[in-house]
Design a protein around this ligand. Structure first.
Ligand code: 6PG
Length: 480
């Protein structure tokens, strides 16, 4: 037994993670259901480091130093359970099983409970960054016991992305915490992508600009506060020309966005916890709307627009002002989406006793992952100022940043409504902003209605207690 870490499941993510471990000097045991993939990995990447290939699971496990560290990188769901079942009889107390797939966190909680009952550590780990990240340095979000992190953590930190020398990997919290944080990362990814798509649509319709021109605008934005991987690839994608037709690539792509489910899980969990993650929800529903083909056909045929003329002057200054408005609206909406996502992490952490450090999560998202961005430094700083910050938006930096763009944000949302450009994420983020800052909300009326039709009771602003009014009788009030 000489391998320091093992990877089972050698599709592209597993293969690249194994190569990343090897490139960092670790001896890596490798295994796959079909041996051909294991062989091709060793043939093609054998020169990069020290691999120990095994055909059987038993040989694979036997090739690992104790405590064994086995990384499972298979399709989330039943395949993960099947691999765990195969591994279990071969492992011994103290061994560490790492699930690096996109598992749903309740599955991770269940698996951790089952494995810890057998004296094993189960580490549900979020890994972000796609194929390239897995090879060159992903952002890694491991959950599980602190004890397992002592021996596993240094290896994961070694292969993770680094920003200013700091690894984009840290211990997240017990059982499902790592996969939970990865799920919220993906939810924020959905919101970020939707916001960028809305900004693109506004520039396209408002300015009548070509994809390439809009690509240049995104490239410029990438040198400021919005600097991020998603803005950078957007600039690139928009400037790409389809080889076959010679038209802008984005114009020949079918406009129906798909999803594998992590955004949906995030929204479902937001509903369970009662946390208003409206940006993520709108982004997920916008994908659903794009794929609702019969409804879109019926809507396109039947629904009038009654739009107004755009009020953007044709001169360069007016056009530049509109571009700047959209940039500010995008930034403000993005702050809202992140603020909501971090609220969700706080709520789940409290509910599950995970004690997640939100500032540390922003820190490990600065590099390697899909939502990596300059702006995450600001989030870390905000939680360093106040680890229990109830609302990220209320941190002084973000209050000022959003406040500076507030008038622009309102102009953009109003223009979108008047001109019939669908901007669910821009609009709902502004509505959230106005809702969360309001001194008084019309929720009072909702409580009154509930009491009227269902005797659901209400509380008063002027004294303690729970009350019901006898609506259908003499309308006297009773303490409930
Ligand atoms: C990552 C990504 C990745 C995710 C894809 C596709 O962090 O590397 O989040 O995990 O699976 O982005 O997600 P959808 O198919 O749901 O868009």
């Amino acid at each position: 037994a000489r391998a320091q870490i093992g990877v089972t499941g050698l599709a592209v993510m597993g293969r690249n993670l194994a190569r990343n471990f090897a490139r960092h000097g670790y001896t890596v045991a490798v295994h796959n259901r079909s041996y051909a993939k294991t062989q091709s990995l060793v043939e093609e990447a054998g020169h990069e480091g020290d691999f120990v290939p095994s055909e059987s699971m038993a040989d694979f496990v036997a090739s690992l130093e104790r405590p064994r560290k086995v990384v499972i990188m298979v399709k989330a769901g039943a395949a993960t359970d099947a691999v765990i079942d195969e591994l279990l009889p071969l492992l011994e107390e103290g061994d560490i099983v790492v699930d690096a797939g996109n598992a749903h966190f309740p599955d991770t909680i269940r698996r951790e409970e089952a494995l810890s009952a057998r004296g094993l550590h189960f580490v549900g780990t979020g890994v972000s960054g796609g194929e390239e990240g897995a090879l060159l340095g992903p952002s890694i979000m491991p959950g599980g016991t602190r004890e397992s992190y002592e021996s596993l953590g240094p290896i994961l930190e070694a292969i993770s992305a680094k920003v200013d020398g700091t690894p984009c990997c840290t211990y997240v919290g017990p059982n499902g915490a790592g996969h939970f944080v990865k799920m919220v990362h993906n939810g924020i990814e959905y919101a970020d992508m939707q916001l960028i798509a809305e900004a693109y649509d506004l520039l396209k319709q408002g300015l009548g600009a070509s994809a390439a021109e809009i690509g240049q605008i995104f490239a410029e934005w990438n040198s400021g506060d919005l600097e991020s991987f998603l803005i950078e690839i957007t600039a690139d994608v928009l400037q790409h020309v389809d080889a076959e037709t010679g038209s802008a690539f984005v114009d020949i792509v079918l406009d129906q966005a798909e999803q594998k489910g992590t955004g949906r899980w995030t929204v479902q969990n937001g509903l369970d916890l009662g946390v208003p993650i409206t940006g993520i929800a709108e982004a997920t529903f916008a994908r659903a709307l794009s794929g609702s083909v019969p409804q879109r056909e019926a809507g396109h045929a039947a629904l009038p627009a009654h739009t107004q003329e755009w009020e953007i002057g044709a001169d360069d200054d007016s056009r530049a002002r509109f571009v700047e408005d959209v940039r500010l609206a995008l930034y403000a909406s993005k702050v809202v989406a992140y603020s909501q996502g971090f609220d969700q992490i706080a709520a789940a952490s409290a509910e599950n006793g995970w004690d997640i450090d939100r500032g540390a999560m922003a820190r490990i998202w600065r590099g390697g992952c899909i939502i990596r961005a300059r702006f995450l430094n600001r989030i870390t700083e905000a939680y360093e100022r106040d680890a229990n910050l109830p609302l990220l938006l209320a941190d002084e930096y973000f209050t000022n940043a959003v406040g500076n763009g507030l008038a622009a944000w309102r102009r953009v949302v109003a223009a979108a409504a008047q001109n019939g450009v669908p901007t669910p994420a821009f609009s709902s983020s502004l509505a959230y902003y106005d809702g969360v800052r309001a001194e008084r909300l019309p929720a009072a009326l909702i409580q009154a209605q509930r009491d009227f039709f269902g005797a659901h009771t209400y509380r008063r602003t002027d004294r303690e207690g729970t009350f019901h009014t006898q609506w259908s009788a003499d309308r006297t009030e009773q303490e409930a």
